[in-house]
Ligand binder design. Sequence first.
Ligand code: ATP
Length: 450
Amino acid sequence: MPDVVTMDKIVSLARRRGFVFPSSEIYGGLGSAYDYGHYGVLLKDNVKARWLEAMVRERDDIVALDSSIILHPRVWEVSGHVEGFHDPLVDCRTCKLRFRADHLDEAQCGRKPSKRPGETEDCDLTEPRHFNLMFKTRIGAMEETGVDAYLRPETAQGIFVNFKNVAQIARRKPPFGIAQVGKAFRNEITPGNFIFRTLEFEQMEMEFFVPPAEAEEWFRYWVDERFRWYTRFGIRESHLRVRPHEADELSHYSSQTSDIEYLYPIGWSELEGIAHRGDYDLSAHTAGSGTKLEWVDGEERYTPHVVEPAAGVNRSMLAFMVDAYDEEEVAGRQRTVLRLHPGLAPVKVAVLPLIPRNEDMTTKARALYEDLRRAVVAEYDDSGQIGRRYRRQDEIGTPWALTVDEQTLEDDTVTIRDRDSLAQERIPIAGARALILDKLAQDWTTPKVD
Ligand code: ATP
C-alpha cells in the first residue's frame, strides 16, 4: 500500500494532539521555531533516552557529558567555525527572497508561476555570499566591556575541550567515546519543513576517539551501527539509505562523511551525519590552548582520530512520526494511527472504563491506572464514547489500551487492546503491570510494509 503520509498531515496531527505548536503563535509565529507540547516532550525524551541507552548504557566504551552552550569564544575560532561555518547565500533583487546557493534546485522562486530561483526572466540573483551560521551574543553586563560569544552551533566542541578531563578522570583508553545530548543553534538561511530545519534544535552527538590506524574501520562500524539504531526503533529499512559525501560537500573538519538519509515527504534528506574528523579537532585545540590533547600511556603517545555520529533529535522525531503514520478503515470507519515503537510511544498504556457513569468501573480503572503509572507513562480516560477514546490513543501512538468492563467487576480481568492488530484479549488485572513491562522489553518490528 502506498504511503498516505504528507508533511501537512504530520503538522496537523502534531498540532491537533499537542505534540508541536508553532512558537510564539499568538504573535503570529516565528516560522523557524517550534514549541513542544505534552506528547511532543514525551516522544522527544524517548528518542533521547533510546539513543543514550544504545550509546552509553548498553556499552562499556562510551561515557556521557553535558557541556555548556556558551563556551570560551576562542573555542570557535580554533575549531574553524568563525572562519568556516557558513552557507553560501544568494538574494533575489526582484522577489527579495533569500536562498541557499547550494540548495537552489530545491527552492521555489517568490513569483508566480513558481519556479526555481533563477529560472524566470525576472529573477535577479546576487553572487553567492558567505553567511556565518553562528548566533552571536555578549557576555557581561556592559555593552562596552562585554565580550562577544556564540551560542554553540554543535555540541561536539564541548566534548573535544573536555577530552583530557574525561580520558584522565573516567580512566578511558582509546577506542572510547563521549556522548552528549543538547541544544544547538544555527542562524539558518532557509529554515523550514516543520521541525526538520529550525534555528534551535537538539543534537545527539558522540565523539569516538580511536588509534589513527583503526579510524577507517570504526568509521564503517559507526555507519552500520547508527543505521541499525533507526531500524531497531521502527523505521523501515526501505526508507533509509546511506549517502557518502562528495569531496566538495565535506565540512571543513572532515576527511570522510556519510549521511544516513530518510525518505521524508519532502524527499530523501539528512537524518544523521557520520564524519571521520581525523585529528583535526584535538590538534587544533592543542595548538590553540597549549594543552596537549593526546593519548599517553608509557611509551605510547598519539593524537587520537575521531569518528563522529551526529544526529538531530527533532529530525529523528519527525522521521519516527512520519514512518509510523498510517490511516486505515476499520469496520467502516477511518482511523489514523501512529505505529510508533513502544519504546518511543509517549504513552505506553491507556486505562479506560467502558461505561464512565459506572462508579465501580471508574474506581477499578483508576486503581489500575495508579498502579501502572508507577512503572510507565500511563493515561486514564473516562470521557466520551469508547471508540473515540481508542481513536485518540491511536493518534498519539499508545500501543496498548486496557478496558475495564462489566466482566471486570465479576472476575477482575480486563481486556488488552493492541493498537496495531486491534486484537483484544482478556488478562487478569493482577498481571497487567508485569505484562506491559514484559511487552516493553521485547524486540519490536513495525507492522508497516512498504
Ligand atoms: P544540513 O546539511 O541539513 O544543514 P548539516 O550537515 O549541517 O545539516 P550536521 O552539522 O551534520 O548537519 O549536524 C548533525 C545533525 O544535526 C543533522 O544530521 C541534523 O539531524 C541535525 N541538524 C542540523 N541542523 C539542524 C537544524 N537547523 N534543525 C534541525 N536539526 C538540525
